[in-house]
Design a binder for this molecule. Structure first.
Ligand code: NCD
Length: 325
């Protein structure tokens, strides 16, 4: 186990060996990661988009689920820190020959890998890996559990667009039950002092979800989107995760769009709010075309910020600490 500390001035942020969820991080550690990402954001605007912070380190992306944004974002982040990166996607590996998760990972580790980034359909898979490997393990999304780097990039985007996270009112709309983005968002936001309104059909909001809040009373659950929009600073519609739902939880996409889609009329009920979406977007379902592409949308900014935030995460969880200067 390695633990590193970052002196943020006011308090010391400590990071464990692995990043499994925002649940495990202190507010100080979350803020330290966002601050580090702030420094890395500029690297992406240079003509030579590279710093030597992780030169000689090896990062493996082990993805057991489809992903475009998250995998490429981790890959770019590692490359911009000068680490060597290996991408393993399940269909092209021995997993199709029946190799178990721990055996696959131990074989990878035997090649002296520093950090394993894992996405898996099973909640808890990153934890299992972390308990069995010396390498650092970073969760890139596990089932409906957590997606900590998405939570961090969402916080980072809010901080940049609105100047703060504390005191913001964030409306998260949709399939909360299957959303690891919603869980990490809720945990991170309430850790930093924001208020969260979870809105969706009753079938998509698990009973007692508000108990995940880090501050009692900071999360409200509702089913009427129009009523939840007044005073919102951020609107975050989520994709209907039909591939995880089994039997449909709602009569159809058209009905869903009518009751829970963010369109111009609903946007006008939250004047001043920015619009975020973790992607992939289903245009015309949870978000209207002209809202996704509108001037209050920061959706592509989230993608840009994702690389900087993952650079910060890889830096802190690949032993790069102390070498940046
Ligand atoms: C999300 C995910 O995979 O959890 N996407 C992402 O990582 N940006 C959300 C989704 O699949 O809808």
């Amino acid at each position: 186990m390695s633990a590193v500390a970052t002196d943020t001035g006011a308090a010391t942020a400590t990071f464990g060996k692995d990043l499994l969820g925002l649940k495990d991080l202190s507010a100080v550690a979350v803020t330290a990661l966002l601050d580090t990402a702030e420094g890395f954001l500029e690297v992406g605007t240079r003509s030579v988009k590279k710093v030597p912070a992780l030169r000689g380190r090896t990062v493996v992306n082990l993805f057991y689920e489809p992903s475009t944004r998250t995998r490429t974002s981790f890959e770019l982040a590692a490359k911009r820190l000068s680490a060597d990166v290996l991408n393993i996607t399940v269909n092209a590996s021995s997993v199709v020959k029946g190799e178990g998760l721990i055996d696959t990972a131990r074989n990878i580790e035997a090649m002296n890998v520093d950090t394993v980034v894992i996405r898996h359909a099973a909640a808890g898979a990153p934890q299992l890996l972390a308990e069995n490997l010396q390498s650092h393990v970073i969760n890139a999304g596990d089932g409906a559990h957590e997606h900590p780097t998405q939570g961090l990039l969402d916080l980072f985007t809010m901080r940049r667009a609105l100047g703060r996270v504390k005191g913001l009112t964030v409306v998260i709309v949709g399939d909360i039950a299957h959303s690891r983005v919603a869980r990490s968002g809720l945990i991170g936001l309430t850790k930093l002092g924001a208020h969260v309104r979870l809105v969706g059909p009753p079938t998509m909001i698990p009973m007692g979800i508000e108990r995940l809040a880090e501050t009692p009373g900071s999360v409200r659950v509702g089913h009427d989107l129009d009523a939840a929009l007044a005073g919102a600073d951020v609107l975050m519609p989520l994709r209907l995760q039909l591939e995880r739902q089994g039997a449909p939880l709602f009569p159809g996409k058209r009905e869903y769009a009518l009751r829970y889609g963010i369109d111009q009329r609903r946007l006008s009920l939250a004047p001043g709010a920015i619009v975020m979406h973790p992607g992939p977007i289903n245009r015309g379902v949870e978000i209207a075309h002209d809202v996704a592409d509108g001037e209050r949308s920061v959706i592509l900014g989230q993608v840009t910020h994702g690389v900087a935030v993952r650079m910060a995460v890889l830096y802190h969880y690949s032993g790069g600490q102390g070498e940046l200067a």
